[in-house]
Design a protein around this ligand. Structure first.
Ligand SMILES: [Zn+2]
Length: 827
């Protein structure tokens, strides 16, 4: 049985009614019973929107539980034309739902359609249009518009439903949206205040745009770091729509935006996708012209970065689009615009409803072409490389395999040990390689997701235009810190052996060793520290019985852990859970280097960590740090508002404080200075380093900014996201334990340096990006730029991560740098 059939209706206990008491649940049940008899059983009268929602769409903001109830009631009123599917839950326990709409015949044969469509059977003749609303929580008209769109489809456009399946996701980000709606309802006044300066038009930190962990879900479609994206991708892959629309809002003074999109377009996008976007835009303009609504297209919103709700569907063969209505977190229920008009929530809803219905109409009118174009998307393609061979640290490769599986991308290893000519990502040249059986990961572009593989793996993305303000490079081998080779021609791919549970042969050994080379090592360390195991770290490399152990190797001696009865079991279960290799050794006597009793092995303590938040700090970066500690490292920490620094001394017990990107006041800086002076370790992310330029050892050289420059000239001064190879200094320094090389995703052109202190990672004297756009003036400013450095202040230290290594949670190879700074800061 298909998943969608199992839960084709939200029962009250499945739905998100956690906040309702029994009385409310009873009221709901009675109401559903009433609906069934009024509309379902007798089939007499279609309920009105007010009967379904409690108010007209746009008259009020609807909280998420009300939205779920609306769809549940709509399903009861149209049981044969709709399916309601709960596909997941958010971090805060809200339901993620999909609403399928089609004719009775279509809905009763949904299973058959799905099977045929996924098999790419040319007799599957129904276009699938998927409408996604409110990925940004405070762009709040979208979810409201979804309800009216669904209602109108069923009541006014039912003839369309013979020819298309419409899938509606009313809210991709319910946690963020309810955060916004709760805020607005708290401050809205009886007489609506249209003055944009009033409180209901100004959200407090962090705002409703982001999800629970303050991630931007419209930057997460490809990386799938968040539970909302992960659960959505599972069901998206089961439907693979022909058309996907992502409904947004922009500033409240802007006209409506719809496609065609702006340049640059990724070169994987076909000419029929471009043409079809134009056809859709023209259809919308017909309706917008009739009403006299202002709109624009072909500007600002480009199609390059692969992790958006328009590009991701596009790279999977659909027509992916972004629609933008004026509004967002400033607009409330009504707001006075710069032109002196009043923009109401109702206006915003109508525009989105019109664009949504027009999308469905144009998809039906051009359905033959749409179906044909979709099927042809990945046929007869000339891929840059037929295969990618990926090689390196086993744990990092495992992490990449997990990622590929989430996208239903298939991979394997190979039997042959052929010699091949291959493009080396790291060397930037063609080399001879031979395949290493069962350890190399082989990825063929000759599969359904071939275009997506090229987009994610190719070493350099072709830019048809540089005018894009998102990152221009993301090539995954650099992000994962693995070797990659691009190959053309035939390579035999077969499934590699599945990795089973690790067998650790444990005699009554003297110590266990664990090499420090991936985030798995950090998770292992965290896991055993949390169970009070005493651990040391090797500050010098050593050798035992011909086996080399580099700096950073964890040494866990039995002798100092004698009081822990479950010692061996803890090591074994933690190693299995975190999938690290453990080496038991019989003696503390090493064949090369220092014995385990030497002072070159430092004890590691579980640090007390604080994370600053609020004020003028970036919610996104705060969220990245929060998510990293909580979900990846499982490290307990204290997050607190930066304003608390002024109020009381609540930091003296902390070993490490993390400062996200953003601005710090004089007083806050003074507090931090005293704390560092007393032995604290401050981790400074990205451009938060500017706060320290005047009074500390860090200096900065900015690109000279020309404020009279046009938007296009400004590009010459920018790096918005390009990949650079770094130079490693002092390999024995604990901040770069586990690194042989590092590629940084550079997000700014600012050139930081230390007047005094240690620069651990930096660019070369004449650096060139290995991937991505760098403006020519920005390029001139990159010489010897610091990427990671440390200064000593009093008894403490400041660590500067000049490029945020936790950016959007997808730069896997950067994460160990942060772990190093957390655990090895006590030397
Ligand atoms: Zn948006």
């Amino acid at each position: 049985m298909q998943n969608w059939l199992k839960c084709n209706s939200l029962t009250p206990d499945k739905a998100n009614f956690n906040s309702l008491d029994n009385k409310h649940i009873m009221t709901r049940l009675v109401f559903l019973f009433f609906l069934f008899f009024s509309f379902g059983f007798f089939g007499q009268k279609t309920p009105t929107i007010i009967e379904l929602l409690g108010h007209e769409v746009g008259a009020e903001f609807s909280r998420h539980h009300q939205v779920c109830t609306f769809y549940e009631r709509l399903h009861v009123a149209f049981p044969e034309e709709t399916v309601l599917l709960k596909y997941g839950e958010t971090n805060e326990g809200r339901d993620l739902i999909l609403f399928f709409i089609g004719s009775k015949a279509l809905i009763s044969n949904l299973n058959e359609l799905q099977v045929k469509h996924l098999k790419r059977d040319p007799t599957a003749l129904t276009p699938i249009v998927w409408l996604s609303y409110n990925v940004h929580g405070n762009e709040s008209s979208a979810t409201e518009a979804s309800m009216e769109t669904a209602y109108k489809l069923l009541t006014e456009h039912s003839t369309w439903l013979d020819e298309t399946l419409v899938i509606i996701d009313p809210c991709l980000n319910p946690d963020g949206r309810d955060r916004y709606v709760n805020f607005y309802k708290q401050y809205e006044t009886v007489q609506e205040n249209i003055d944009p300066a009033s409180i209901e038009h100004n959200e407090p930190w962090p705002g409703g745009r982001f999800n629970h962990y303050l991630f931007d879900l419209n930057r997460d479609w490809a990386w799938l770091t968040q539970v909302e994206s992960q659960q959505r991708m599972m069901v998206y892959n089961k439907w693979m729509p022909h058309v996907h629309v992502d409904f947004h809002e922009q500033g409240y003074n802007e006209p409506y935006y719809f496609p065609p999109a702006a340049e640059p377009y990724h070169d994987i996008i076909t000419s029929w996708q471009r043409e079809f976007q134009e056809r859709i835009g023209k259809n919308h303009s017909k309706y917008f012209d009739q009403k006299g609504w202002l709109y624009f297209s072909k500007e600002i919103f480009d199609l390059l970065y692969p992790s958006y709700g328009d590009t991701y569907p596009m790279y999977n063969g659909a027509i992916g689009m972004t629609y933008e209505q004026a509004g967002s977190g400033r607009a409330g229920k009504s707001v006075k615009t710069a032109l002196g008009d009043t923009l109401t929530l109702r206006d915003r809803v109508i525009h989105h409803v019109t664009a949504g219905l027009s999308t469905i109409e144009v998809s039906i009118e051009n359905k033959d072409e749409l179906l044909k174009g979709y099927l042809g998307f990945n046929q007869e393609r000339d891929y840059k490389y037929d295969y990618y061979i990926l090689r390196g640290n086993a744990q990092r490769l495992d992490k990449l395999k997990e990622f590929l599986s989430k996208h239903e991308i298939t991979f394997g290893s190979t039997r042959s040990d052929e010699n091949l000519k291959a493009w080396s990502f790291n060397l930037g040249e063609v080399v001879d390689i031979s395949i290493q059986e069962n350890t190399d990961l082989i990825l063929s572009t000759k599969q359904l997701k071939g275009p997506m593989i090229q987009v994610l793996f190719e070493p350099e993305t072709f830019l048809s235009d540089s005018l894009t303000y998102d990152i221009t490079a993301w090539s995954l081998p650099f992000a994962y810190g693995i070797d990659a080779y691009g190959v053309n021609g035939e390579v035999e791919v077969k499934q590699g052996p599945k990795s089973g549970e690790m067998k650790i042969d444990m005699p009554n050994c003297y110590a266990y060793l664990c090499k420090w080379n991936s985030m798995n090592s950090a998770s292992f360390l965290q896991s055993i520290l949390a169970k009070n195991i005493a651990v040391k770290v090797a500050e010098k490399a050593f050798e035992i019985k011909g086996q080399n152990f580099p700096v950073g190797t964890l040494v866990i001696p039995r002798g100092v852990n004698q009081s822990i009865a479950e010692f061996d079991d803890i090591i074994k279960s933690s190693a299995n859970q975190t999938r690290v290799d453990i080496y038991p050794v019989a003696s503390g006597y090493v064949s090369k280097g220092k014995d385990f009793g030497s002072s070159s092995y430092q004890e590691i303590y579980l640090p007390k960590v604080g994370v600053l938040s609020g004020g003028d700090l970036s919610p996104l970066n705060t969220g990245e740090i929060w998510h990293f500690f909580e979900k990846e490292l499982d490290l307990p920490f204290r997050m607190f508002r930066i304003s608390e620094l002024n109020r009381r001394d609540n930091i003296s017990d902390l070993d490490v404080i993390v400062l996200p990107e953003g601005q710090v006041s004089e007083m806050q800086l003074e507090k931090l200075r005293d704390w560092i002076d007393n032995g604290g370790r401050l981790l400074v992310f990205g451009e938060a380093a500017y706060n320290f330029v005047d009074d500390f050892e860090i200096a900065v050289k900015d690109v000279e900014f020309d404020y009279s420059a046009s938007e296009r000239e400004e590009l010459s001064m920018l790096i918005t996201g390009a990949i650079f190879n770094c130079e490693l200094a002092e390999k024995s320094n604990s901040l770069i334990f586990g690194y042989e090389r590092y590629h940084s995703l550079r997000q700014s052109a600012a050139n930081f340096s230390l007047k005094n202190g240690k620069t651990l990672l930096s660019l070369s004297s004449n650096p060139k990006a290995v991937s991505g756009f760098v403006g020519y003036k920005a390029k001139e400013n990159q010489s010897d730029a610091m990427i990671l450095g440390e200064e000593t202040y009093g008894k403490g230290t400041i660590v500067y991560f000049c490029d945020n290594p936790l950016f959007r949670g997808f730069w896997e190879h950067g994460k160990l740098l942060v772990a190093n700074a957390i655990y090895f800061g006590n030397d």
